[in-house]
Design a protein around this ligand. Structure first.
Ligand code: KG4
Ligand code: ZN
Length: 337
C-alpha cells in the first residue's frame, strides 16, 4: 500500500510516499526555520502562510521523487493534531481536496503517533510491545506501546515540554533559536557537573515530568551571576542544564522499563536527536540488557514519512477518516475524533 503523507502541524511543510508503513520512497521537507529565527521562535500566522506557499510544490516533489503518478498512490494521509490550528488546517484542507478529487481514502494521523512510528521506518524489525519516550518541542510523554495504535500514557509533562525548555534556555544564554541543536553542540565544550540544577520528581506519579522549574533555576542562576559580577560560562550552563534533562529522561524511562518488565526502549521526537541523550540512554539500556531504538535525526524532527508509517497501521486497524475530519490542536494521544 503506497501512502502519500502530508505534515504541516508546526514550522515544517513535509510530504512523503511510504510503502506498507516501513519503506520510505520519498521524503521532502521545506523548513521555515530561517524566517522564524528572525523572531526568536515560531510565529503561527507566518507558519500558516508559508505552508500555503509550500504545500503544493512539496507534495508534487514527493510524488516525483518516488517516481510515481497519482495512479500509484492508494491513500492520502495527513496530520490533523496536535499542533498550530492554522498550520494544521492548511495540510488538512489540501489533503482532503486531494483525496476527494482523486477518489482515494483519507487517513487522519496523530502527530505524536507519527513520531513513535518513525521507529518502524528506522528498524523494519521493530514490533510492539515496547516502552517509548516521546520528547519534542511541544510534548514529553512516557508511553507504554502495547500494540500498533494502542497507547497507555504513563507520564507526561506538567508544564513545559523538554524541547521547549531547550529552546527557552538557549535563548536565555544567547544561543538563539532553535535551541536544542545549539545546546547539544555547545555542551561538548562544557562541564555537565559545573552547576547543580534541579531534577524534579513527583510522588503522585513518578513518570511525570516538569521542566519549567529547571528553566527558572537556569534563569535565577544567570541573574545571580549578573548581580554578583560573576562571569557566565555559556558552555557550562548549557552542559549542566542538558545533563539535568538527560538524567530525568533516562531515569524515568529506566524506571518504567523496570516496572513494566519490557525489553525494548524506543525514543521519538525532536529532542531524541540530542547526542548526549542518545549516548546516556544507550548505556542505561545496555546495562539492563534492554534493546534501544532511536530514529536517525532526520526522522526525529518533524517529517511526513513518520505520518505515512503511522497512517498505514491506523488504516489497517481503524479504516479511513470521514470527510468531516477537522484540525484538533489539542488532540490527545490515543484519542480519535
Ligand atoms: O519533534 P519536533 O521537530 O517538533 C515538535 O513536534 O515539537 O521537535 C522540535 C524540538 C525543538 O524544541 C528543538 O529545539 C528540539 O526538538 N531539538 C533538540 C535537538 N534537535 C531538536 N533538542 C535537543 N537536542 C537536539 N539535538
Ligand atoms: Zn513533532
Amino acid at each position: 500500500m503506497n501512502i502519500l503523507a502530508i505534515e504541516s502541524s508546526c514550522d515544517e511543510t513535509a510530504a512523503s510516499v511510504v510503502r506498507d508503513g516501513r519503506q520510505v520512497l520519498s521524503n521532502v521537507i521545506a523548513s521555515q526555520i530561517d524566517i522564524h529565527t528572525l523572531y526568536g521562535g515560531v510565529v503561527p500566522e507566518i507558519a500558516s502562510r508559508k505552508h500555503i506557499e509550500q504545500v503544493d510544490p512539496v507534495v508534487m516533489q514527493a510524488l516525483a521523487d518516488a517516481g510515481m503518478t497519482w495512479d500509484d498512490i492508494d491513500a492520502i494521509a495527513v496530520t490533523y493534531g496536535p499542533g498550530l490550528v492554522g498550520a494544521l488546517l492548511v495540510g488538512l484542507s489540501y489533503a482532503k481536496s486531494l483525496a476527494f478529487g482523486l477518489g482515494k481514502p483519507l487517513i487522519g494521523v496523530h502527530h505524536i503517533e507519527g513520531h513513535i512510528c518513525a521507529n518502524y521506518i528506522e528498524d523494519p524489525t521493530l514490533e510492539p510491545p515496547f516502552m517509548c519516550l516521546v520528547v519534542s518541542g511541544g510534548h514529553s510523554h512516557l508511553v507504554n506501546v502495547k500494540d500498533y495504535c494502542e497507547y497507555e500514557i504513563l507520564g507526561r509533562t506538567r508544564d513545559d515540554a523538554a524541547g521547549e525548555a531547550f529552546d527557552k534556555v538557549a535563548r536565555a544564554i544567547g544561543l538563539g533559536y532553535p535551541g536544542g541543536p545549539k545546546i547539544d553542540k555547545v555542551s561538548n565544550d562544557g562541564d555537565p557537573v559545573a552547576i547543580d540544577f534541579p531534577r524534579p520528581k513527583f510522588s503522585d506519579n513518578e513518570y511525570d515530568f516538569s521542566f519549567s522549574g529547571l528553566k527558572s533555576a537556569v534563569l535565577n542562576y544567570l541573574n545571580q551571576c549578573e548581580m554578583k559580577g560573576i562571569p557566565i560560562v555559556q558552555a557550562d550552563v548549557a552542559a549542566s542544564f542538558q545533563q539535568a534533562v538527560v538524567d530525568v529522561l533516562v531515569g524515568h524511562s529506566m524506571q518504567a522499563v523496570d516496572m513494566y518488565k519490557v525489553d525494548k526502549l524506543v525514543m521519538a521526537g525532536g529532542v531524541a536527536s540530542n547526542s548526549h541523550l542518545r549516548a546516556a540512554m544507550e548505556k542505561a539500556c545496555a546495562d539492563r540488557g534492554v534493546r534501544f531504538y532511536k530514529p536517525s535525526p532526520i526522522l526525529c524532527t518533524d517529517n511526513a514519512a513518520m505520518i505515512g508509517a503511522a497512517a498505514y497501521y491506523e488504516y489497517k486497524k481503524n479504516g479511513c477518516s470521514g470527510w468531516d475530519l477537522n484540525a484538533v490542536p489539542g488532540l490527545k494521544l490515543g484519542e480519535r475524533v
